[in-house]
Write a protein that binds this ligand. Structure first.
Ligand SMILES: *[C@@H]1O[C@H](CO)[C@@H](O)[C@H](O)[C@H]1NC(C)=O
Ligand SMILES: *[C@@H]1O[C@H](CO)[C@@H](O)[C@H](O)[C@H]1NC(C)=O
Ligand SMILES: *[C@@H]1O[C@H](CO)[C@@H](O)[C@H](O)[C@H]1NC(C)=O
Ligand SMILES: *[C@@H]1O[C@H](CO)[C@@H](O)[C@H](O)[C@H]1NC(C)=O
Ligand SMILES: *[C@@H]1O[C@H](CO)[C@@H](O)[C@H](O)[C@H]1NC(C)=O
Ligand SMILES: *[C@@H]1O[C@H](CO)[C@@H](O)[C@H](O)[C@H]1NC(C)=O
Length: 459
């Protein structure tokens, strides 16, 4: 390095040293604060983030003082205790401690961060009650404590969080009844409930939250129905139902009597639903209805009222047992995209898509699809892309030729037999789209290459 510097002409040497000095100055004046935790933890000093997830730590590493407000990732370790005053030299803003074995948190563990700690993740630990240390956090906005063997939510702690807490994620198999103390949390707008096994919530469970509740998510509960007070929560905008194996579509339909006018998003995943509940009649702003791994066999004609919402553009369903495109989808005239993948669709008949005038993309990957009737896409003037990959089609469906805007067709892993007899008709197609896939009978020759090179030679 020194030798190289000496070889530089004098003026450039000066310039070089000036730049060096400036760099050093910039570094010292704007030096990021020291990392509060030693290796194997890492830090992004500028953003004040400590990365110490999944390092097999069985206890918290020694901490050193540092300026600013920090985010700590200490999740996925084997930490058991958070001692008193542990964080006292460092102001914490976001603390991620999920997936540890924490059973004890010292009463003053968060001393120094009472007015800075906003987000606290403690899910999947071994706490049998809500620690007093949490009750001292005057600015706590969000807390996650599901997956701890807690029976209840400690009243003295919850009372202290009355005005600050807005999001709570809680519940476990050990929580054998709805925690009444949650009613002290009058500013809650998001509830995530996990793992509780009792079949019913108290009728008034959600009454306290009626004006504020916007997000309501239920995971792996044993609930068989929803409490009547859910109907008071008219501001609900987003819901997730996941792995609630005892909740049927009928029971959801019966529980939700008023509907939710501000609902924008709903997800159903792995609840064992054989159809969808009919709860959308008031939801004129809905833009997202996701269905994943539900054994849906059919959709009732009243699932989606006509002209449901002008915001509903894409409907992603996957892992259903639908054998055809349900006719009620014709009511969703705002749809520009429809995806029913990993399902049991065998045929597409002429009427199935005939009212979906705005459909631009249609994804039907991973279905045992073997037949598409010839006029199936006659009305789909906007259809630009269709995915038929991993289906049981053995030929290019003639119906595609009637979709006048079609640009791409995915037929990957379909056993298409490339011969003039089978697909020679393509010769008369004026604007052939791009095909993905290969010829089953020609050692995997690309379907597109066959279409461009061989089809013109067909009689
Ligand atoms: C933890 O790290 C191990 C390897 O060190 C990795 O295999 C595992 O997936 C990681 N777990 C999580 C939850 O990140
Ligand atoms: C908590 O544990 C459950 C079950 O082991 C796991 O599915 C879930 O992802 C964990 N939660 C988090 C936030 O890691
Ligand atoms: C509730 O807050 C007060 C005042 O900050 C504090 O002294 C008390 O210890 C807190 N109670 C619990 C149970 O955390
Ligand atoms: C919905 O929220 C608004 C303010 O965000 C509030 O004024 C209104 O009372 C709430 N509506 C209901 C039905 O609770
Ligand atoms: C579709 O193809 C798969 C695998 O090639 C086969 O197992 C299945 O029986 C076929 N289904 C129908 C309905 O033809
Ligand atoms: C397919 O490949 C095998 C071996 O690579 C070759 O023997 C056979 O003739 C090929 N068949 C066709 C139809 O190209």
């Amino acid at each position: 390095m020194a030798e190289y510097v000496h070889q530089l002409p004098k003026s450039r040497f000066l310039l070089f040293t000036t730049v060096c000095i400036q760099t050093v100055l910039t570094l010292t004046t704007h030096a990021p604060p020291d990392c509060p935790l030693p290796l194997p933890c890492a830090c992004n000093g500028n953003q004040q983030i400590v990365y110490c997830s999944n390092k097999s730590l069985s206890e918290l590493p020694p901490i050193q003082k540092s300026e600013g407000k920090w985010t700590f990732y200490l999740d996925d370790n084997r930490i058991e205790v958070i001692p008193d005053n542990y964080f006292s030299g460092v102001k914490v803003n976001f603390l991620s401690l999920e997936n540890n074995d924490i059973h004890t948190i010292g009463e003053n563990a968060f001393q120094g961060s009472e007015d800075s700690l906003n987000y606290l993740h403690l899910e999947n630990n071994s706490m049998t009650e809500l620690p007093n240390a949490i009750g001292k956090l005057r600015q706590l906005t969000a807390v996650s404590i599901q997956g701890n063997p807690m029976v209840d939510l400690t009243e003295t702690v919850i009372r202290n969080l009355t005005s600050c807490l807005q999001l709570i994620s809680f519940g476990s198999k050990s929580m054998t009844k709805w925690p009444k103390n949650i009613n002290f949390l009058i500013n809650i707008f998001s509830i995530d409930l996990y793992d509780v096994q009792y079949p019913e919530l108290p009728e008034d469970a959600f009454s306290t939250f009626k004006d504020n509740l916007v997000f309501l998510n239920l995971y792996n509960t044993g609930l068989t129905k929803l409490p009547p007070s859910i109907n008071d929560c008219q501001n609900i905008s987003s819901m997730i139902f996941q792995e609630n194996k005892k909740l049927s579509a009928n029971s959801i339909t019966k529980s939700i009597t008023r509907g939710f006018p501000f609902l924008t998003s709903i997800t159903f995943q792995d609840n064992g639903l054989t159809t969808l509940p009919s709860i959308f009649s008031k939801s004129t702003r809905i833009g997202r209805i996701v269905v994943r791994d539900e054994p849906i066999l059919y959709l009732r004609d009243d699932t989606f009222p006509q002209h449901l919402s002008k915001y509903l553009h894409y409907l992603p369903f996957s892992g259903t047992r639908l054998t055809s495109i349900p006719s009620v989808l014709s009511n969703l005239d705002s749809l520009t995209g429809l995806s029913i993948t990993n399902s049991q669709i065998q045929e597409i008949q002429d009427g199935d898509c005939s009212s979906l005038f705005n459909l631009g993309v249609l994804y039907l990957s991973y279905n045992p699809l073997s037949l598409i009737s010839e006029n199936a896409f006659l009305n789909n003037k906007q259809l630009g892309s269709i995915a038929l990959d991993h289906s049981n089609l053995t030929t290019v469906p003639k119906a595609l030729k009637k979709a006048l805007s079609l640009q791409t067709v995915d037929m990957t892993s379909c056993q298409v037999e490339c011969s003039c007899e089978n697909i020679g008709w393509i010769k008369s197609w004026k604007s052939i789209p791009t095909f993905y896939g290969s010829c089953y009978n020609l050692n995997g020759t690309s379907l597109m290459i066959y279409i461009t090179d061989q089809i013109p030679k067909c009689p």
